[in-house]
Design a protein around this ligand. Structure first.
Ligand code: XMP
Length: 333
């Protein structure tokens, strides 16, 4: 437990120089811990696992085996981005597992949000563990644990109740109990980003907004279907593109589309056109425990509405969620 507590004397990493010193220190520590053994990492493409991957590639190169599981609930072009950055850019030892059919099969007809989360979390571990069993000579498991995760688990140990069951790669089966490598576990998120930039990761990856482990699964509300999931993914890509174009992606902490399992009547090409609504959520927060609504200029909302309703098959309305947290959580499920 002691080395899970950030020493009061530890300087906050705010500059590239401090980041470089941290990287050198961790490279040496990882080499000392791991020797010539192999390390496994579940690389989701999120900031934390990406920074750990880049750090470990620097420290031990091909001794790191990254596994990227695509559960079919990633955003548009997200898995492709992971492959491009790590396999093509950093020559990583990367295994790509496309488990889309497996996940969507298990989720078919499941409408309850907590059951969906549990299925996605549990299956993620199962698929990852199956890959791990196929590999030989792995001794360590690297994780993108950061300091807020440690503070959260301390709270949990004190008996405080979680609102939603969050998903990460804890809890591997008994036969896969590896020793952990957690090089960024004493860092806060802003420090992780400074370290990521110093490691040369793309700005878009390092400053990427948070994306929940269950991915679009908690934004394709109710029982997930392929056509509604596809519509959600396309609408979300348009929202992100437009926010990038007008600089809002730098100002808004988290923004995305949710698509509920309801249809309304519309009209297209002079015919009845039933479709789903796309709901825009754009929030600001410090720590995701509370959130306020970002005011988006109407002309941008009009443009996004026009593009989504004209470019995305199956969406015939666009709505804006103005609910702060509390009372609404950030995600809809
Ligand atoms: P809520 O919906 O609880 O979300 O207000 C707070 C923040 O957490 C993200 N979130 C998750 N992150 N695994 C994660 O890693 C999860 O299962 C998960 N669920 C929600 C959410 O996107 C928001 O930033």
């Amino acid at each position: 437990m002691a080395n899970n507590i950030r020493p009061e004397t530890m300087e906050r990493i705010t500059t590239p120089e401090l980041a470089k010193a941290f990287i050198d220190e961790q490279v040496a520590a990882v080499r000392a811990q791991v020797g010539d053994k192999k390390v496994l990492l579940a690389l989701s493409g999120g900031v934390d696992s990406s920074v750990v991957a880049a750090l470990l590639i620097k420290a031990i190169g091909k001794q790191l085996v990254c596994v990227h599981v695509n559960h079919g609930l990633m955003r548009k072009n997200e898995s492709e981005g992971v492959i491009k950055t790590f396999k093509e850019g950093l020559d990583a030892n990367l295994i790509y597992v496309d488990a889309t059919d497996h996940f969507l099969g298990l989720l078919a007809g499941v409408a309850d949000p907590e059951r969906k989360r549990k299925i996605i979390g549990k299956e993620f571990i199962t698929v990852f563990a199956d890959e791990a069993r196929k590999l030989e000579g792995i001794s360590f498991l690297a994780q993108g644990t950061i300091y807020p995760d440690i503070l959260e688990s301390i709270k949990a140990a004190e008996g405080k109740k979680a609102v939603k069951s969050h998903h990460n790669v804890g809890g591997l089966p008994e036969d896969l109990q590896f020793e952990l490598v957690e090089p960024i576990k004493l860092l806060f998120k802003d420090e992780v980003r400074v370290v990521g930039e110093a490691l040369g990761l793309p700005h878009s990856m390092v400053y990427r907004q948070p994306f929940p482990g269950p991915g679009l699964g908690v934004r394709c509300l109710g029982a997930i279907t392929r056509d509604r999931l596809h519509a959600l993914r396309e609408a979300d890509a348009i929202l992100r593109e437009e926010f990038d174009n007008c600089g809002l992606s730098e100002k808004v902490w988290q923004y995305f589309i949710a698509v509920p399992d309801i249809k309304s009547v519309g009209v297209k090409d002079e015919s009845r056109y039933e479709g789903w609504p796309a709901i825009i959520r754009a929030i600001n927060t410090k720590d995701a425990m509370t959130a306020t609504i970002e005011e988006i200029p109407y002309e941008i909302l009009h443009k996004i509405t026009y593009r989504i309703t004209h470019e995305v098959e199956g969406i015939n309305r666009v709505l804006m969620d103005l609910t702060p947290k509390p009372i609404g959580t950030i995600e809809w499920e």
